[in-house]
Design a protein around this ligand. Structure first.
Ligand code: UDP
Length: 330
């Protein structure tokens, strides 16, 4: 059945928003998540199965039992800093389990696949905004594992006729305006939730990681994209595959770079709260500037962001964090 979708990592931050968007559009969703990072409470509907996407027996059974037609694969480790000190973990979880998963899907007859990929596949930009034709030379292990999975998908397409869309996210942020799901990592390492925690008084201070980058204010520029806009893109990608469109790779960003200082200032303004900000050394594996061109997905899939401004992204994040100061435990 075209409407039966398996979502791995559906209990995670982006995954839970994807599941919610699919349910809104009357898809039947099976979420597979091992809850290593995700939250059971983040899965708002459909069937939930706790397990590993690298468990090929389980994956084969799920595909058969629920007549799965297409897969959205978000389950992965995704921390740039950690990937540099624990490459083994990233290779095993993202690549090893990813390959097991793909193989089980192909064996079970699934031929449509959406991959959660990342701007980290590009590495240090040679020009900006970054389009999909930009060279891919990842400078961190995380980006390396995602790029390899994209390449493996290409080989599987050639051999098995699997069609795929890889969505290269820039910086996912914000929360569903409905207020029931949002960002909750432990430990938290992402800028916007960290600044929110400082604004809530739950964290002593925020550290700016690097102030000597070749950018206007010396801090990194990132392209923040609202998680609900990301979620919609997954549905559009799925519809394209189901309509018989060929495999493709798309960037997803808002085509605007915001510095770390700008994010901090925006949070101060939106929340009306003040907090301590200190300056620290840069984090390994962080490029100075990551700004997307999203022209391709706008042209090909008619994707349009609804929450394109940093201020709106921060406002929706604040609504979530101020109502859920302890995340899903609140
Ligand atoms: N960052 C920071 N302080 C922190 C966490 C992050 O200055 O405590 C910076 C980080 O160096 C990067 C940007 O904020 O330039 C976004 O980082 P995040 O971890 O949110 O996302 P990533 O770019 O790693 O996906």
């Amino acid at each position: 059945d075209m409407k039966n979708i398996l979502v791995t990592g559906g209990a995670g931050y982006i995954g839970s928003h994807v599941v919610q968007e699919l349910l809104k559009r009357d898809y039947t969703v099976v979420t597979l998540d091992n809850l290593s990072k995700g939250h059971r409470g983040a899965v708002v509907g459909g069937v939930f199965v706790q397990g590993d996407c690298g468990n090929s027996m389980l994956v084969g059974e799920l595909v058969k039992q629920h007549q799965i037609n297409a897969v959205v694969h978000l389950a992965a480790d995704s921390l740039v800093g950690e990937s540099m000190t624990r490459p083994d973990k990233y290779c095993r979880n993202n690549l090893g389990n990813g390959i097991e998963f793909l193989t089980a899907l192909v064996d079970a007859g699934v031929r449509q696949f959406i991959l959660s990929s990342t701007a980290a596949v590009y590495g240090e930009p040679e020009y900006t905004p970054i389009d999909e034709a930009h060279p891919t030379r990842p400078v961190n292990v995380y980006g390396g594992t995602k790029l390899m999975l994209e390449q493996i998908l290409g080989w599987y397409e050639h051999a098995y006729g699997l069609r795929f869309v890889a969505l290269r996210y820039f910086n996912a942020a914000g929360a569903d305006p409905g207020g029931n799901i949002g960002e909750d990592h432990n430990p938290e390492t992402h800028l916007i939730p960290l600044v929110m925690q400082a604004a809530l008084g739950k964290r002593e201070k925020v550290t700016i990681l690097g102030t000597n980058y070749p950018t206007p204010d010396g801090t990194c520029l990132r392209d923040y994209i609202h998680v609900s806009d990301l979620a919609v893109a997954h549905v559009l990608a799925l519809e394209a595959l189901q309509a018989g469109e060929p495999s493709a790779v798309y960037n997803l960003g808002n085509e605007q770079g915001h510095s770390v200082r700008e994010v901090v200032d925006t949070v101060r303004r939106v929340t009306g709260r003040d907090f301590t900000v200190e300056e620290g050394p840069p984090r390994e594996g962080d490029p100075a500037v990551l700004v997307a061109s999203s022209r391709k997905i706008k042209d090909c899939l008619k994707w349009q962001p609804r929450y394109g401004e940093l201020e709106e992204i921060v406002r929706t994040a604040w609504a979530w964090h101020s109502n859920h100061p302890d995340g899903y435990q609140s």
